[in-house]
Design a protein. Structure first.
Length: 253
């Protein structure tokens, strides 16, 4: 049994931020797997078919894609942003590991994409210009106690933070709780960027202070960036404000 499975990042938006490598992998595929809203972004050619699945069926989707690749088809598994950031590349590795050695004949090619936090950071200025971390606030796959410990550790260490999966109908309170934890540790003047649907026509940005940050400012298409203690806002006449984190950190910083 041989074959190749491409796991491809579409970038955050509608195409302009998709890499040529990702476009080429998609153009060659006959079977494309993924979460329906991501597949909907693709204009499929005749001979290409999309197999959509729900957001919570990642492991089954990974196994089905591996099976189709083993049957000799050119298969792409697509993710929004980068496939390795809270996305399908891990689910595919998990399937390969748990079914071992069943998929040993399948070559896995992960094609990177522009992850949401980078698109949001670029629109704001340079909030991730010094050390930072990315945290998914979803407690579907890890306990909230772990998330809370990581928030405290990251805030205590002076990292800027990008929050993925900040809020949803099923997870309404986690983001507010995260802001409350951070307000215990960090200065309330630290800038917070709410970047929604970056790279899409309905993109929106909002910049507030940590003291003003509220969960209703985000939805599930939002990536929230909380600045580091050194992050600042530059206001300029006639231009949007710039949020940036300097490259230097003093000894006491
Ligand atoms: N693999 C994706 C992340 C998947 S997790 C990536 O690398 O970007 C889904 C979360 O990503 C969303 O809840 C949101 O926090 C963030 N996200 C995805 N696309 C986004 C976009 N265009 N603008 C802002 N945030 C986005």
């Amino acid at each position: 049994m041989t074959g190749t499975l491409h796991v491809v990042g579409l970038g955050p938006g509608d195409g302009a931020m998709m890499t040529p490598d990702a476009q080429a992998a998609i153009a060659r595929a006959t079977a494309l797997y993924g979460y329906a809203p991501y597949l909907d972004r693709l204009a499929l050619a005749p001979g290409q078919r999309a197999i959509a699945s729900d957001n919570r069926e990642e492991l089954d989707r990974a196994r089905e894609a591996l099976g189709t690749a083993a049957a000799g088809e050119a298969v792409c598994m697509v993710s929004g942003g980068d496939p390795g950031v809270f996305a399908m590349a891990s689910a595919v590795c998990e399937a390969i590991e748990s079914d071992a050695p069943r998929w040993d004949g399948i070559e896995l090619v992960v094609v990177p994409g522009l992850t949401a936090m980078l698109a949001v950071a670029a629109r704001a200025g340079a909030p991730l210009g010094n050390d930072f971390c990315a945290i998914s606030l979803s407690d579907n796959l890890k306990p909230w106690t772990v998330i809370e410990a990581r928030l405290r550790a990251a805030a205590g260490a002076g990292f800027a933070m990008a929050f993925y999966n900040p809020i949803s109908k099923a997870r309404p309170w986690q983001l507010g709780s995260a802001f409350n934890i951070l307000r215990e540790i960090l200065d309330s003047e630290i800038p917070v960027v709410f970047g929604r649907a970056a790279g899409r026509p309905d993109a929106a940005m909002r910049i507030v202070s940590l003291g003003e940050a509220r969960p209703e400012m985000a939805d599930m298409a939002t990536c929230v960036i909380v600045g580091a203690p050194t992050t600042r806002i530059i206001t300029r006449a006639g231009q949007p404000p710039l949020v940036y984190t300097p490259r230097f950190v003093r000894d006491d910083g």
